[in-house]
Design a protein around this ligand. Structure first.
Ligand code: MRU
Length: 364
C-alpha cells in the first residue's frame, strides 16, 4: 500500500542483501524504517513490536532465520535461532508456521547453501502472503456487497490492526474494505482504539486515512452502543490463530465485540490467511495467550503539542494491572471465516472443506 504516494510492503530486502521494516512503534506520528541485520535484531523487532500482526511476525521470523544462517549455517545454530525466534511472541501461529517452513526447506541442504535457500524461501513466504491477502480481499468484497443496502453507507467495525501493516501488504480484515472503497462502494469504518497499545487508533486509522477510506476512531467500549443503535452493518476482524474447531484468538477485546454483534444480529467475520490456521490445536482453550507488561495498561504514549512523543502514567499509582494481549472468540459467535481459498463456517468441518490436505494434521 502507499505511504505519501510511494508503495511499501511492511518488510522488504535491499539491493545489498539486508532486511528492512517499518518501525510500527513510531506510527502514526513518524514514518521510520529500520534495518534488521542479525538474528538478534530480528527477534528484538518482533518482541518489541517494531513489527507486529500475525502474518508480518511470521515473515520477520522467516527472515530472522535466514539472517541467523548467514552468520552460522550449522544444525546447532539453526535450532538455536528457531527456538529464539519462536520465543518472541507466543500467540500468532504464523511465527511457528514460517519458522517450520524455513527449517524444513534448509534442513537437508548442505550448510554452504542454507542461508541463500532460506532467503529465497522467506521471499516466497512474503509473496504468498500478499497473494493470499489479496484473495481474501476479493472474497470478502462479496460479503460487503451482500450487506450493502441501496443508497446507504456501509458501516464496518474492526478491532486492532488487521490491515496491510499487520501483513506484508493488503491486510486480512481490511483487504475487502480497500477493494470495496476502490470499487466505489460507500464504506465507512468504525475503528476501535484497541487499548492498551492502541493499534486501532494509531495503525488502522493511519492506514485507512492514507488510502482515503472514511473512518472514525471510537473508544473500544463504544462498540456495543453503536451496534445497538443500528450504526454497524458488519464486523470484520483478523486472527492470530484459528484453532482446528474454528475458535479464533485475536487482540484482546475481540470477544466482547463478537458478543455484542451476536446480541444485535450483526454478521461477525474473521479474515485469515491459511498460515494463521493451527491444525494442531483442537480448540481455543489450548491457544497460548500472551501476557504483556502491566505498564502497557498503566501508561500511555502519545504526541505532545510541541510534537515530541511522550509516555505518561494514567492509573492510580500503586494499583495492580494485568495485560492479557489476546482473547478467544468461540466459533459459535463467528458468522464465517474468510480465507484465500474461500469462506467457510467457523467449524472443523468448514475449515476441512477448504483445506482437505492441511486438515489431516488436525486431531480427530
Ligand atoms: O499484538 P498485535 O498488534 O501483533 O496484534 C495483532 C492482531 O491482533 C491482529 O488482529 C492479528 O494479528 C490479525 S492481523 C492480520
Amino acid at each position: 500500500m502507499k505511504v505519501n504516494g510511494r508503495h511499501y510492503r511492511t518488510i522488504w530486502t535491499t539491493t545489498d542483501g539486508q532486511v528492512e521494516v517499518i518501525d510500527q512503534t513510531r506510527l502514526p506520528f513518524r514514518f521510520e524504517t529500520v534495518r534488521l541485520t542479525t538474528l538478534v535484531e530480528a527477534a528484538h523487532a518482533i518482541r518489541t513490536m517494531v513489527v507486529r500482526g500475525a502474518p508480518l511476525v511470521g515473515a520477520t521470523g522467516a527472515y530472522g532465520l535466514a539472517l541467523a544462517l548467514r552468520a552460522d549455517p550449522t544444525d546447532g545454530a539453526l535450532d538455536t535461532a528457531y527456538q529464539r525466534l519462536l520465543a518472541t511472541r507466543p500467540t500468532a501461529v504464523n511465527l511457528r508456521w514460517a519458522l517450520d517452513r524455513i527449517r524444513a526447506t534448509v534442513r537437508h541442504e548442505r550448510t554452504g547453501r542454507r542461508a541463500e535457500t532460506a532467503w529465497v524461501e522467506a521471499a516466497a513466504i512474503c509473496d504468498a502472503e500478499v497473494q493470499a491477502c489479496h484473495q481474501i480481499g476479493q472474497l470478502g468484497l462479496a460479503i460487503l456487497r451482500a450487506v450493502l443496502a441501496p443508497n446507504r453507507v456501509l458501516n464496518v467495525i474492526t478491532h486492532c490492526n488487521a490491515g496491510w501493516l499487520a501483513c506484508v501488504d493488503w491486510g486480512t480484515a481490511l483487504a475487502p474494505v480497500y477493494l470495496a472503497h476502490d470499487s466505489g462502494i460507500p464504506v465507512h469504518v468504525w475503528v476501535g482504539e484497541t487499548r492498551p497499545r492502541n493499534q486501532g487508533a494509531s495503525l488502522t486509522a493511519f492506514e485507512l486515512g492514507g488510502h482515503g477510506v472514511p473512518h472514525t476512531v471510537i473508544a473500544d467500549n463504544a462498540a456495543g452502543h453503536l451496534m445497538r443503535t443500528g450504526q454497524v452493518d458488519l464486523c470484520l476482524v483478523g486472527s492470530d490463530r484459528v484453532a482446528a474447531n474454528g475458535d479464533a484468538a485475536n487482540k484482546i477485546g475481540t470477544y466482547p465485540l463478537a458478543l455484542a454483534a451476536r446480541d444485535n444480529a450483526i454478521p461477525f467475520h474473521v479474515a485469515v490467511p491459511s498460515s494463521s490456521i493451527d491444525w494442531r490445536t483442537p480448540s481455543g482453550a489450548q491457544v497460548p495467550i500472551e501476557e504483556r507488561s502491566p505498564a502497557e495498561v498503566t501508561m500511555m504514549t502519545g504526541r505532545l503539542p510541541d510534537g515530541t512523543l511522550a509516555t505518561v502514567e494514567i492509573s492510580a499509582p500503586g494499583s495492580a494491572a494485568v495485560n492479557p494481549a489476546f482473547d478467544v472468540t468461540p466459533a459459535h459467535l463467528i458468522t464465517g471465516i474468510i480465507t484465500e481459498r474461500g469462506i467457510c463456517p467457523a467449524s472443523a468441518a468448514g475449515l476441512r472443506s477448504l483445506f482437505p490436505d492441511e486438515s489431516r494434521k488436525a486431531p480427530e
